[in-house]
Design a protein around this ligand. Structure first.
Ligand code: URA
Length: 255
């Protein structure tokens, strides 16, 4: 399909970026919300209203405004949150349950969760306005390891551990990739496991445990790639350090 240029600047650069994508990259709005505002005629490029979210502009040379207000670019933001149980990973919940966004400062701007944790799972959740960073962590081809501490109830033997490690069917047509599993502690009828998976299917760890007749009582994510939850209090957040960000970008795929 031919490229739809808006500005001579973008055409001259031979590249440009799609307008809705550019606005979302500035960290103010999601791409779909930006598309709605563009379609409603509320976005101007170099003073003229535009209506097509797919046109290409030059982020360097073109002046983009919303309601005639220049876009204030937000700096790239990377946050580690210790998500408590009972809080959901979504921006708007029709049932009005507490969301992770209620735990962040009100001026944190548009941030997306980097992967999700289900309501009953706690631990490390990353949020960012840098979609390249999010893609890097969640892309299935990169196989970024995610480590969970899991308290399970049920009979756990070496064979159970082997089955979890080798891959179990969590769907009629899906067997999980090899994982790393160890028994950290045994109590009467329960055990704490460390489970590292290299993919991120919906409720994957719970479904893996169910597949080997283990009932999950607690699930905590403690690591994503080289990023550790560490001593962050439940419900608190902290910015990632420069070293942590660099480590995410340096990570080789397929570890
Ligand atoms: N596995 C689960 O079962 N739940 C999560 O939130 C993450 C991984």
């Amino acid at each position: 399909m031919p490229r739809r240029w808006f500005s001579k600047n973008a055409a001259r650069e031979g590249k440009g970026v799609r307008l809705a994508r550019y606005i979302s990259k500035c960290g103010i709005l999601s791409r779909s919300r930006a598309g709605e505002l563009i379609a409603a005629g509320k976005v101007q490029v170099n003073g003229k209203p535009v209506f097509d979210p797919e046109i290409r502009i030059s982020p360097v040379l073109d002046n983009v405004e919303i309601d005639r207000q220049p876009i204030a670019r937000r700096p790239p933001t990377y946050i580690a949150l210790n998500k408590p149980t009972g809080v959901i990973t979504t921006a708007h919940d029709p049932e009005g349950r507490p969301t992770v966004y209620g735990l962040l400062p009100p001026d944190s701007g548009w941030l997306i969760p980097v992967g999700r944790l289900d309501k009953d799972t706690s631990g490390l959740l990353l949020l960012t306005n840098d979609t390249a960073f999010a893609d890097r962590v969640t892309s299935p081809t990169r196989k970024v390891p995610k480590t969970y501490l899991v308290k399970v109830q049920g009979k756990i033997t070496d064979e159970t551990v082997d089955r979890l490690q080798n891959g179990v069917a969590i769907d009629d047509d899906y067997v999980t990739l090899p994982a790393k599993v160890s028994i950290d502690r045994r109590n009467k009828g329960t055990a704490w496991l460390s489970v590292t998976i290299f993919e991120g299917k919906y409720r994957q760890v719970r479904r893996m445990c169910e597949a080997v007749d283990l009932h999950v009582q607690q699930l905590i994510r403690i690591r994503i790639g080289k990023l550790e939850l560490g001593p962050l209090a439940k419900g608190s957040w902290r910015p990632l350090s420069e070293e942590e960000k660099a480590a995410v970008f340096a990570e080789k795929p397929g570890t």
